[in-house]
Design a protein around this ligand. Structure first.
Ligand SMILES: Nc1ncnc2c1ncn2[C@@H]1O[C@H](COP(=O)(O)OP(=O)(O)OP(=O)(O)O)[C@@H](O)[C@H]1O
Ligand SMILES: [Mg+2]
Length: 496
C-alpha cells in the first residue's frame, strides 16, 4: 500500500529516551514515525516534504535549524516542539510563531492527538474542505456547533472513517452509513454535511423508522391544506426544509416499501410534490442515509427495494463496532466527560484500571452505551474518581480488583492513552479543615512511594530509581536522607 502523508512523522531529538517514548505513542496509533538524533543529519533526508509533521526536541540553536529546514525544504511540514526540563531557547512569541504546538515527552495522548490533528489541517489533508473561520462563524449562527462534534478516536478504523468523510464530503455523492446501533452513524452524517459546501445550509435529520408510515410521506414531502384529515394548514416537508443542504434519512432500513418507491423517484428526478398537490418542487438536497440493518438480507426478505439500495449505496461508510476499536476508548471517555462537564456541569474521572476494565467489555450498545455509562458515573460519583469496583457488574462481570487489571496485557502507554492522569494524581487530595503541614505531608508521600518502588524491585536501587524516573544517585541520597532501608537488607548500608 502506498504511504500517505497522513501518517508520516519525523521526530528529531537527541534525547533518545524521550524520542523513543514518542515513537511508541505514535506507532501505537498507527503513525509511521521515524527518529533522527540531530537536525544536522537531515541533509538529503528522503521525503521530508511528505511528512505530516516534524516533532523536534528543544535544543540549543533550535530556531536556526527550523528556519534552515523551512528555507531548504520545499513544502516543509509544520514543526511541533517537545519541551523538556531545560529552559526553552526562545521566547513564547517565537514558539507561537514557529511551532504548530508544544508537547512534552509525557504529554497526554489527547494533547498529542490534538496537535497532530492541527497538522492534518495545516497540511491540507483535512483543511481542503474545512470551513474557513468566516464560514464557521456564519454557520454557527444558524446551526448549533455542539451538534457537529468531530468523530473522536484515533484507532486505525476511526481514522479510516475520517478519511472517507474527508473524501466524500465535498462531492455530491449519496452516502449510506452502516453500522450497529450507537456506533456514531449520525456523527458521520453530520460531519459529511459540515465538511461539504452545503455546510451553511440546513442539515435535516429524519428517523424513518420512528414516524408512522401514514405520516411519513407528509413528513418528508410536506402537504397542502386539507390534503388529508387533520391537515389544517399547508406544511413544508423535510426535503423542502433541507433545500440546499443535506437530509439525513436515519433508519432507512425501516422505511415502508411504498415510501421507498417515492424516495427512489425523488432521487432519480430530483423533484417531488407535496401531498395533495401536483406542483413539482425541484429539490437540491444531498442524501445521507443510515441503518443498523443488513440491507442485503432485507432485500432477500423482500423488505427493501434493490433498486433503491443501489441508488443509496453509492458511497458506503461502515462504522466499526466499539469493541473492535477499543483504542478509541480513552479519547472517547475524555470527550464524553468534557461534554458532561459543559452540559451537565458535572464531571468524573476514571482510574487507569477502570479504563482497562472498560477495554475488556464488549459494548453491545457501542458509544451510546459508553456515553450513558459516563453519565451514570457522574451522577453516582459527582466530581469523584471511579475505580474498577465502582463500575456496574454488567461491565465488569466478576469484579476484578484494580491490581488484577494492572496485570492485564495492555500497551505500555495505556495510561497516557487514557488521556486522564494516572492514579496518584487522580485522587485529588483534600485540604483538612485545620490545614496541613505541607512539607511533612509531601515527605510522607515521597517516602511511601520510594518504599513501594523498592519493595516492587526487591530492593534493587537501580530498578527502583528507574521506576521512579529519577537517577540512581538521587534515590540513594533520598534513602540516606529519609533513612529508608532496602527491604531484604534492613541492616546493611545503603550504598549498592
Ligand atoms: N466517534 C465519536 N466521537 C464522539 N462522539 C461519538 C462518537 N461516536 C458516537 N458518539 C456519540 O455517541 C452517541 C451515539 O452516536 P450516534 O447517535 O451517532 O450513533 P448511531 O449509530 O446513530 O446510533 P443509533 O443507531 O442508536 O441511532 C452520540 O451521543 C454521539 O455523539
Ligand atoms: Mg442514529
Amino acid at each position: 500500500m502506498g504511504k500517505t502523508k497522513q501518517n508520516h512523522i519525523l521526530v528529531i531529538d537527541s534525547d533518545r529516551e524521550r524520542a523513543q517514548k514518542l515513537l511508541h505513542q505514535l506507532e501505537f496509533v498507527d503513525y509511521d514515525a521515524k527518529a533522527v538524533s540531530s537536525p544536522s543529519l537531515l541533509d538529503g533526508y528522503p521525503g521530508l516534504s511528505d511528512k505530516l509533521a516534524i516533532i523536534i526536541g528543544n535544543c540549543p540553536g533550535i530556531l536556526e535549524h527550523v528556519s534552515k529546514l523551512r528555507a531548504e525544504v520545499k513544502g516543509c511540514p509544520p514543526f511541533i516542539l517537545v519541551s523538556g526540563d531545560t529552559p526553552l531557547y526562545m521566547t513564547p512569541e517565537q514558539v507561537e510563531k514557529n511551532f504548530l504546538g508544544c508537547i512534552t515527552a509525557d504529554t497526554r495522548f489527547a494533547d498529542l492527538s490534538n496537535v497532530l490533528h492541527r497538522a492534518e489541517v495545516e497540511s491540507g489533508i483535512v483543511s481542503e474542505e474545512a470551513p474557513t473561520p468566516a464560514v464557521k462563524a456564519a454557520t454557527a449562527q444558524t446551526q448549533s456547533p455542539e451538534l457537529f462534534r468531530s468523530l473522536v478516536g484515533n484507532s486505525r478504523e476511526t481514522r479510516r472513517v475520517r478519511k472517507m468523510i474527508e473524501q466524500v464530503a465535498p462531492t455530491e455523492a449519496t452516502v449510506l452509513v452502516l453500522g450497529e446501533s450507537g456506533t456514531g452513524k449520525e456523527v458521520v452524517a453530520r460531519n459529511i454535511h459540515y465538511y461539504s459546501q452545503r455546510r451553511a445550509k440546513p442539515f435535516v435529520p429524519i428517523n424513518c423508522g420512528a414516524i408512522p408510515s401514514e405520516l411519513l410521506e407528509s413528513e418528508l414531502f410536506g402537504h397542502e391544506k386539507g390534503s388529508f384529515t387533520g391537515a389544517i394548514g399547508a406544511r413544508q416537508g423535510r426535503f423542502e426544509m433541507a433545500q440546499g443542504g443535506t437530509i439525513f434519512l436515519d433508519e432507512i432500513g425501516d422505511m415502508p416499501l411504498p415510501m421507498q418507491v417515492k424516495l427512489l423517484r425523488v432521487i432519480q428526478e430530483r423533484s417531488f410534490e407535496r401531498v395533495g398537490s401536483n406542483k413539482s418542487i425541484k429539490c437540491d438536497v444531498r442524501i445521507v442515509a443510515a441503518t443498523h440493518r443488513n440491507l442485503e438480507k432485507h432485500i432477500a426478505d423482500g423488505k427493501f427495494r434493490e433498486d433503491l439500495y443501489y441508488r443509496l449505496n453509492v458511497f458506503p461508510v461502515e462504522m466499526p463496532r466499539l469493541r473492535d476499536r477499543v483504542e478509541d476508548l480513552p479519547l472517547l471517555i475524555n470527550e464524553l466527560i468534557t461534554r458532561l462537564e459543559h452540559e451537565k456541569n458535572s464531571s468524573v474521572r476514571l482510574t487507569p484500571a477502570a479504563v482497562m476494565a472498560l477495554c475488556n467489555y464488549s459494548w453491545p450498545g457501542n458509544v451510546r452505551e459508553l456515553a450513558n455509562l459516563m453519565e451514570r458515573m457522574t451522577i453516582l460519583h459527582p466530581h469523584g474518581v471511579v475505580d474498577v469496583n465502582d463500575l456496574p457488574g454488567k461491565v465488569v462481570p466478576n469484579q476484578k480488583s484494580s491490581n488484577e487489571y494492572e496485570a492485564i496485557a495492555v500497551p505500555a502507554d495505556a495510561e497516557n492513552m487514557a488521556g486522564v492522569p494516572s492514579l496518584p494524581m487522580l485522587s485529588e487530595p483534600r485540604l483538612p479543615r485545620d490545614g496541613i503541614d505541607l512539607k511533612q505531608h509531601l515527605t510522607d508521600i515521597e517516602v511511601s512511594l520510594i518504599e513501594q518502588a523498592l519493595d516492587d524491585c526487591s530492593g534493587v536501587v537501580a530498578h527502583a530509581a528507574k521506576k521512579l524516573q529519577i537517577r540512581r544517585t538521587t534515590l540513594v541520597e533520598k534513602m540516606r536522607k529519609y533513612r529508608i532501608q532496602r527491604p531484604e537488607d534492613a541492616t546493611s548500608t545503603l550504598a549498592e
